[in-house]
Design a protein around this ligand. Structure first.
Ligand code: SF4
Length: 379
């Protein structure tokens, strides 16, 4: 008998991956999931606390993965690679940090075994996140209506697969709706070379039409189609998530964390600040290294006021490298000036009031959306 795939879930220290672990443990206890956390050695204490309390809730260990070379030498992973890169600090263009401390340890952990990796992208997000390029690793997105990766959808909906997809739908013995489904399936996508955006839109339109007619049915068809392929899912006899049509969004994530004993990571708790006699609220929006260059200015202010020691350590890195700034051309030593802090708070408050008036205050989540493969650090 073929060996079934391994199931893994990466805990980033953020709310979504923690909630996903809770969700899968509670709803699909039959899945034997291995949990891991890639430690950069520069996370906030709140993150380490979350990992501990999640571990107690899951009743299973969360394996702490450290970049191998750093582990062998018993060094702090970030400082080890900082040395290897000869004092070249990471930034959003040269992002060696994610590659060496998140992705590589994950791929080493998985090895060559067929593996299903669960990713906590929510149903109200429109991004794919980091997808391992290794062919033995397949990502599944349980919080979304479409649980499959883009690569699989593209393959399953390809024009030359239309007859097979029709047959799989017929094989489900559906009483109604088959005509509608056949019409959608038989309609060719006619993808155009190099028209990436146009092609993506066409694929998503077709996908959504099929999902509208039955999420579970669509999943079963994909499952059938992938049988015999090299994808890890093809080595499962059956798969419980095929029959799940729940979509979980931001508020569900907070509810799950609050209702469990795990709780929302402390850095998400909104704290009040005052500027020009007005009161605003700030929090950190994400897990990851305390000096992460993806932070917004207001998050740097949060770090300065809530973890002054860490803020000073971030300054120390800047001081080691002439001209380097973590934060878009502004040195932290300038950012911490009282006038500058007041200005950042003022701008933040104005933006929040504006966003509030159009009903979208989670700027933070939108920013993460824009950062293509941040799932390894911030889900
Ligand atoms: S949290 Fe930021 S600094 Fe840390 S590894 Fe991820 S991208 Fe790099």
């Amino acid at each position: 008998m073929t060996k079934p795939p391994k199931h893994v879930l990466g805990i980033s220290g953020g709310k979504d991956s923690a909630a996903l672990a809770i969700y899968l443990r509670d709803k699909y206890p039959q899945l034997d999931i291995l949990y891991y956390f890639c430690d950069t050695g520069k996370e906030l204490d709140e993150t380490y606390k979350l990992v501990e309390s999640l571990q107690s809730y899951l009743g299973k260990p969360i394996k702490k993965l450290k970049a191998k070379a750093a582990k062998d030498l018993d060094k702090n992973p970030f400082d080890y690679y900082y040395e290897v890169y000869r004092g070249y600090l990471p930034n959003n263009i040269a992002r060696w940090c994610t590659k060496t401390m998140k992705i590589q340890p994950f791929e080493d952990f998985v090895g060559e075994e067929k593996t299903i990796s669960y990713v906590g992208i929510r149903g109200d997000e429109d991004r794919e996140g980091y997808i391992s390029k290794k062919s033995n690793i397949q990502s599944i997105f349980p919080f979304r209506r479409n649980i499959w990766s883009e690569e699989i959808i593209r393959e399953v909906l390809a024009d030359n697969k239309r007859d097979q997809i029709q047959e799989h739908y017929q094989g489900l013995g559906l009483n109604g709706g088959l005509n509608k489904i056949s019409k959608i399936v038989s309609n060719p996508l006619d993808l155009q070379e190099r028209n990436f955006e146009g092609n993506k839109r066409k694929i998503h339109e077709k996908l959504n039409k099929l999902l509208d007619l039955g999420v579970s049915e669509f999943n079963q068809v994909v499952f059938q189609q992938l049988k015999g392929s090299g994808y890890p899912i093809a080595f499962e006899e059956d798969y419980p998530l095929l029959y799940n049509d729940e979509v979980l969004v931001r508020k569900d994530i907070f509810r799950m964390l609050e209702e469990s004993d795990v709780g929302v990571p402390e850095y998400y708790s909104k704290l009040e600040y005052e500027v020009d006699g007005e009161v605003g609220e700030y929090a950190r929006s994400r897990s990851g290294c305390y000096f992460c260059f993806f932070q917004q200015k207001i998050e740097w202010v949060w770090l300065y006021e809530q973890h002054p020691d860490l803020f000073e350590q971030a300054i120390a890195y800047e001081n080691e490298k002439e001209g380097f700034t973590w934060n878009q051309g502004e040195a932290l030593v300038d950012l911490k000036h009282p006038n500058r802090i007041a200005q950042i708070k003022r701008e933040h408050l104005e933006r929040m009031n504006r966003e509030d008036s159009i009903g979208s205050k989670y700027l933070v989540d939108k920013m993460v959306d824009a950062e293509k493969d941040c799932i390894a650090c911030f889900s």
